[in-house]
Every structure is written in C-alpha cells, then in structure tokens.
Design a protein around this ligand. Structure first.
Ligand SMILES: C[S@@+](CC[C@H](N)C(=O)[O-])C[C@H]1O[C@@H](n2cnc3c(N)ncnc32)[C@H](O)[C@@H]1O
Length: 499
C-alpha cells in the first residue's frame, strides 16, 4: 500500500517581502558596533537579516496550506500580509535582540511545527550567520565547517556565550551589579583582560614604538606614530650601482584627499637617495601618482635601468630583497601628519629581535598564493622582525591572561572543575579558555593589519588589512606595490607597504 505524506507549503515557497529584506541587509553592511562581523574576519558572510528572514519563512506555513483556517483568497492574503509584517519587523537590526519581536516569531514557528522549535544545521557554516540567527529564533542551532577559523568563529558566536550566560565578570574591581544580562559579564572580562594585555605589551615592547619628533611647522613636540611606510627594495640592476638597493613602489602617494594631496618623493643624489615629503598644501607640484614599478616590471631610480619582473623575482628568491623607510604617518591633533623617515626610526625598527619566528612553509601551489616566487616561503616571511616581536608578545600575553583569569574566576567562586571548554566545562578553567578565545581573536586580527604585505590606502589614509579576499590574489607584487587587483572595487586607491 502506498504511503502518502501530507506536505504543507512553506511561506518561502510562495512569497517573502524581498524589498524589506534587501533594504535591511544592505543597511546592515554599514553597521559595525555590535555586529558579529567585527569579531573576526570571515569573507563570505551572509547578511543576518536575510538569514533570519529565510529561516523564519522556511519554517512557517504559507496560509494556503490551511484552507480550514483560511478558506478564501482574501483570508489567505490577509494572513500572508500578517506574516510579512512579522518578517519586516524581524529583519530590522534594532530588533536583533528585541525579545518581544523574537517571541512573536518563535510563536509562529511553533504553530507551524507541531508546537516544536526544530533544530537547524548548517554544514558549511562559514561566518556562522545561519546558526546564529537560528539560535536567536530559539531553534537548537548546529554548524560545521572545513575551516578551523570558521569553526572557532562559530563557537565564539554561538556556543560560548550561552555557556556563561548572565554571569558576573571575574576581573578584579568588577562593579557590583545585581544582574549581568546574557554575555555582558563575559564581554566585560574580554575588555578588561584585553586592556591588561595592551598595558603589559606596552611595558615590554613600547620602546620599539617610539613617538616621533614633530618639526616646528607642525608645532613641535612629539606625536604617536600611526604607520611607518616602507618600500621593498632590490639591488639596482645596473652593475655600476649594484651596491644600491632601489625601491619597488607602485605609487608614492600618502594621501589623495582632494586639495590635501601628500606624497613622498625620492631625491636622488649620485648613487644615493633620500625620501622627502611633499604636499599640494605647501605648493609642491604633483607630477602624478606613478611609482617605480608596474605589473611588467620597474625602473631603477638611480640608474634609470629597466627592472623586469623576472629580475625582481630572482632577487627575491636569492634573498636579496630589502626594505627602506619612506615616510612616517603620525597622529596630529586634528589630522594625519606626514613626516620624512629618520635614520633613528629606521634603525629602531631593525633593532627588534623576535624570540621566535614561524618557520612553517606555505603550500607552494595553493591557488592564487604566489608569494613564493618572490622568495617568501614561510609564514615568518610575512612579518618584519618588529611585527613578529609584537605578535609574539601578544600571543604570550594571551596565555598569561588565561592563567590570571582562571585564578580570578576561582576567587569569585567559579568551580574548580578542570574540564576544558572543549569538553563542555563550566568551571574556572573553561571560563579562562573562553575569554582567551576572544583575546586570541584580537591577536589574529592584529596579524591581518600588522604584516609586511599590508598596504597604505592613500584614499582613506589608513592601513588596509591583508586578507581582503579569501584565498585569492595573495600575490606580494600586488601587496608590495598596490592592492588594486585584490580589491577591484577599490581601483584607484593605491597602497604601499606598511609595517
Ligand atoms: C559560502 S561559505 C558559507 C556561508 C555560510 N553558510 C553563511 O551563511 O555565512 C561556504 C563555506 O563552506 C566551507 N566548506 C567548503 N568545503 C567544505 C567541506 N567539504 N566541508 C565543510 N565545509 C566546507 C568553507 O570553508 C566556507 O566557510
């Protein structure tokens, strides 16, 4: 005997309020504060509004499935309109934590799912948008991914916060409050121990990041450095100047802000050269934003000889690539200040001696990963010694912070259950591991804007992080000289190396 199953059409199979979902998804792109995307970089994130709406519309029955309750076309349309209204409210960013709106949505899902809130599983969960929104809707949420970074993001967003829900922070001096809602206590601890790490790091390596002396025209005194802008160099291809390392720079622009253009200019004197900072505001003449190298090769600024890419790659592979400080960007009272390099600043950067260097080799044939042809073959090669020193310091501090957090958690009454976070522990040890996941994310994010392939975005006058796109175009030529190819939408914004 053939078995028949009565299937009910779900709302998503008939109609959803696309305009409202699109508008909320587009708006979400400009939201930074409190948005999970700021936790850690992930590339293919789906808008939360769209995930929320799609989950809801997949679970809620279309009214046409219930002719007993909605016998006429008008009744069906009126009910659909009511469900659309719920979605339109649900997708608003401000309602992401609005319990009243969420409760109404949950009640609708229950009504269509036999009184249950069914589980959701996203096997390719990436940035975790789907499990996160499922959890918000009260559905038991599960996710998995091939990439361990994505898995960690999922855990940090979905698994860890509920485990330590409504708990007081454990850090010393935490304010006595009657109630910490959801992850407020956890978040406060992340902030506290993050600041503790920054202070300790400053004590240990602050001398490698000195303030810069301001010349009289900038009012004298000292200013905090925002970026040291370097050029990679290779020996001049002209045998007469082979002892001179010449810069490989796609553009010398430092700021392309209209009317306030600033650039660094190499001034060649015989076989030597120095960098000076010029600006249209000072009446300097701007010859264009060209540099010394393009996609096919470059020109030696000292001899005028051509430097084919093949030559540059050979020099890189032979370990002959160097670097030269081109400019310093400092924080002025109202705007950025651009200063020429000094020997002291350059020498100080070179004086850093990292305790360790990751010597793991890249997969040489990874798609789009072409830095090997320039002699960069290990992860350690992606960082300058000063950057490695800073990253080593912060990484060590995550471990030190974890020990402190465990002690502090025991002091405020967490259990001494030794089960780790991965085994569903809820004691002091597990809590310390939980906080350090977020602290570790901070260090990971730092490495994305603190490596020798990062560039300076002259249109925005800020450092551009390296992994703009996932797994493609990680070609140091682009990053050494420009980031145009790796972010086509930013064409025209030229970058230089920042360390
Ligand atoms: C487009 S993203 C997923 C987006 C995600 N569903 C969201 O809503 O944000 C695709 C994900 O699939 C993961 N992936 C690719 N192949 C996989 C495999 N064989 N097993 C598990 N995950 C895989 C990738 O690491 C990536 O995170």
């Amino acid at each position: 005997m053939a078995a028949t199953t009565a299937t009910r059409r779900k709302l998503i199979e008939v109609a959803i309020p696309l305009d409202a979902i699109n508008a909320a998804s587009a708006r979400e792109k400009s939201i930074r504060h409190g948005h999970p995307s700021t936790l850690h970089l992930w590339w293919a994130r789906r808008p939360l509004a769209a995930c929320r709406a799609v989950l809801f519309a997949q679970l809620v029955d279309d009214p046409s499935s219930h002719p007993d309750r909605f016998p006429t076309k008008e009744a069906v349309e009126a009910e659909r309109k009511r469900l659309f209204d719920i979605i339109e409210e649900l997708v608003q960013w401000e309602n992401s934590t609005n319990e009243e709106v969420l409760k109404r949505a949950r009640a609708e899902i229950r009504r269509s799912c036999g009184g249950e809130l069914p589980p959701v599983y996203d096997p390719f969960s990436g940035g975790g948008s789907i499990p996160l929104e499922a959890q918000r809707l009260g559905l038991p949420a599960h996710g998995s991914d091939l990439n361990p970074v994505a898995v960690m993001i999922g855990k940090a967003m979905i698994e860890i916060p509920p485990r330590f829900k409504d708990r007081q922070p454990v850090h010393p001096g935490a304010k006595e409050r009657t109630h910490y809602r959801n992850a407020e206590g956890l978040a406060e601890d992340v902030k506290y121990y993050g600041e503790w790490m920054r202070e300790r790091a400053f004590e240990r390596i602050g001398h490698l990041y000195p303030k810069v002396d301001l010349p009289k025209e900038h009012g004298g005194g000292k200013a905090t450095v925002i970026a040291w802008i370097w050029a990679r160099t290779v020996p001049s291809p002209d045998p007469a100047f082979a002892h001179v390392h010449v810069p490989l720079v796609r553009s010398f622009d430092l700021s392309t802000k209209k009317g306030k253009e600033v650039w660094t200019e190499p001034v060649v004197e015989g076989s030597a050269y120095r960098f000076e900072v010029r600006s249209t505001a000072n009446g300097d003449f701007r010859r264009g934003s060209g540099g010394t190298v393009g996609r096919r090769g470059g020109i030696c600024i000292v001899s005028g000889s051509a430097m084919p890419l093949k030559y540059i790659r050979q020099q890189g592979q032979a370990g002959n690539m160097g670097e030269r400080l081109m400019a310093i960007v400092a924080a002025g009272s109202r705007s950025r200040l651009y200063l020429p390099p000094t020997d002291e600043q350059e020498a100080l950067a070179r004086s850093a001696k990292p305790e360790s260097q990751p010597d793991i080799a890249f997969e040489p044939n990874a798609l789009g990963f072409r830095i090997g042809s320039y002699g960069l073959t290990t992860f350690g090669d992606l960082f300058t010694d000063r950057q490695l020193t800073a990253l080593n310091t912060f990484s060590k501090l995550v471990h030190e912070a974890r020990e402190r957090i465990e002690d502090d958690a025991l002091t405020v009454g967490f259990s001494d259950d030794a089960s780790p976070l991965r085994d569903d522990g809820v004691g002091a040890k597990s809590y310390a591991e939980a906080v350090s996941v977020y602290l570790g994310f901070g260090v990971s994010r730092l490495s994305d804007i603190q490596n020798s392939l990062c560039s300076w975005e002259s249109s925005k006058t800020q450092v551009r992080h390296l992994f703009v796109r996932q797994g493609t175009d990680q070609n140091p030529v682009n990053h050494l000289y420009t980031c145009e190819r790796c972010r086509p939408e930013a064409r025209g914004a030229r970058g230089r190396v920042v360390r």
